[in-house]
Design a protein around this ligand. Sequence first.
Ligand code: SF4
Length: 715
Amino acid sequence: MPTPGDDAIHHRACNLCEAICGLLVEVKDGSVVSIKGDPDDPLSRGYLCPKAFALQDINEDPDRLRRPVRRTEDGWEEIGWDEALDEAARRLAEVQSAHGRDAVAVYQGNPSVHNAGSMLFSPPFVRTLRTKNRFSATSVDQLPHHVVGWAMFGHQMMIPIPDIDRTDFFLVMGANPLASNGSLMTAPGMGDRLKALSARGGRLVVVDPRRSETARRADTHHFIRPGTDALLLLALLHTVFAEELTDLGRLAPHLDAEVEEVTALVDGFAPTDVAGVVGISAEDIAQLARDFASAESAVCYPRMGLSTQAFGTLCNWLAVLLNLVTGNLDEVGGAMFTTPAFDTLPMGGRGHLGRFASRVSGAQEFGGELPVSVLAEEILTEGTGQIRALVTSAGNPVLSTPNGPRLDGALSGLDFMLAVDIYINESTRHADIILPPTTGLETAHYDLAFHPLAVRNTSRWSSPTLDAGPEARHDWQIFRELRARLLAHAPDPADRGTPTDAMDPHQLIDFGLASGPHGAASDREHPVSLQLLKEHPSGVDLGPLEPRLPGRLFTEDGLIHLVPAVIAADLPRARALLDGPSPDLVLIGRRSLRDNNSWMHNSPRLQSGRERCTALVHPSDAEARGIVHGQQIEVRSRVGAVRIEACVSDEVMPGVVSIPHGFGHGRPGARLRVAARRPGVSANDLTDERLVDAISGNAALNGVPVHVRSLGGAS
Ligand code: SF4
């Protein structure tokens, strides 16, 4: 195995998105000269997407910070690591000493879970702060999945994964896996997987308010009015029960309630009841239910559009129920659970809801975190417990959380802000100190988050590709140093130490693999260990997903909780949709293969090509407002307005405006020069922090009421 920076072809997994593709990175004279897909990776099988080249662009980016910086009246100054870490810890401790533990908040961005060092070492640091004000990107895009996993199966990470490689019927709701390569479903090379589905006679049905890349490939695509997916799912269940298509299979003895309880709940949600509101005919809804239930195997995959809406948790529960009552949960070709080599689930973190609430608006915690939609008000509202300092890690919440401008203003008023980040972005420009860790090519990596969400059980270790040099610090080193310094400032008698105080990521991962289900105690001829993975740099195949229930249940009674009261209580709100008025126009997001939130827009190769930040408007809506293609328009919501180029297209259904998320660069003080050349606008200048999923508090980024008007002239 080559050492970092050697002239050689280095194997590694791409950690830029959930797909974790295996890569072959050729290094010459200490620099990357090519990046290719690794054909021997058992999961990605040679696939890579254009974003993979951003690994090199990010690594070589002249805007990337390589040493800690401190903000001064005259701008940013570079400082040494010890000075930066000392000052950061001292100032956090001072804020907590003066104003209490909760005066320091933490926000962890999406890239945190793509980094084993951060995954393992940031939690002990955060626990050392002992603050209730913990936030993360989870409550922007996926919290409903965790709430359902916790409520039904007893663990927030019990998220069913579509067995896409063996299913006969793939029902995709609110997801665009051809652009994402799967989300909460690690499935690199989605195009080939869909081709294989078609080749074996399977069907792909997509339900989405936009004819997305995936919808264009589907056998059937149904437009659906944003925010009404819960009604569609209720009607599908209604048909399954009414036409006696139910099949609980071998899970029947493992349910905590009779299925008749669900039958009663869907009363009044027949296809004929909901068709007018969801925008799909009653005949089509009923036929979809019949086709799904009668397929040899089928899986309903609910994702972003269903999670980031006002009924996020309800939608995800109903999708699990649809899989369950048609005999497609935990069955081959259905929605299954993984058997990861490093299995964190038995280690704890099952989840809990409502143990405490936010100070200002009483939002419930889940798993010890508050929804990020309340972060700004917790900073801006004076009183005991007010947030006065913030630590961000790999995050840009000004662009990625609802009502970004309000948070932008709030961050500017903090007493202190520390960022662990490689960029001065739209959020970290407010920081007092920025600690820049190494980037993907410079770190060793084991994917703790996404092997457990993958459509096939595989395991892969990545050694560092490039030598970061003696001055660099990895995320894990930064968090460990910060924790040690915090404890030195404020000794905590309750702190009994953690394995991360003494062990490095290699040791922790080796331990996790050895004690995992494919490790030393398994009956495998070659148990998975770090050494084994180093000997197989393309990764090890551990086989297709296997039925895991009931053994994998974490509920106290060992049963699947069919109708969790906390979720079912939201049904009356869904019922009210049937009679309530609907707004003329609502906003939805979208994503392209070349984007991943806000954090790759400084890659010159990814920023090239046609303008991606445009507003899709249906021709009938455009005509009604005198809007022509290419014109500048104003899109306005309760919280703000943006000016953006209109793309008049029937790609969206009438009544829907679509703006991609992750743009809105070029704000004063940010140092992302490539991104600033084509800044786009932030969809989160329009999304509303008051619009959330009622149960989880997850941001409702889809279905935001907006008004649109022409600003005249061609762009
Ligand atoms: S799909 Fe994701 S993991 Fe695969 S190469 Fe692209 S960015 Fe990397």
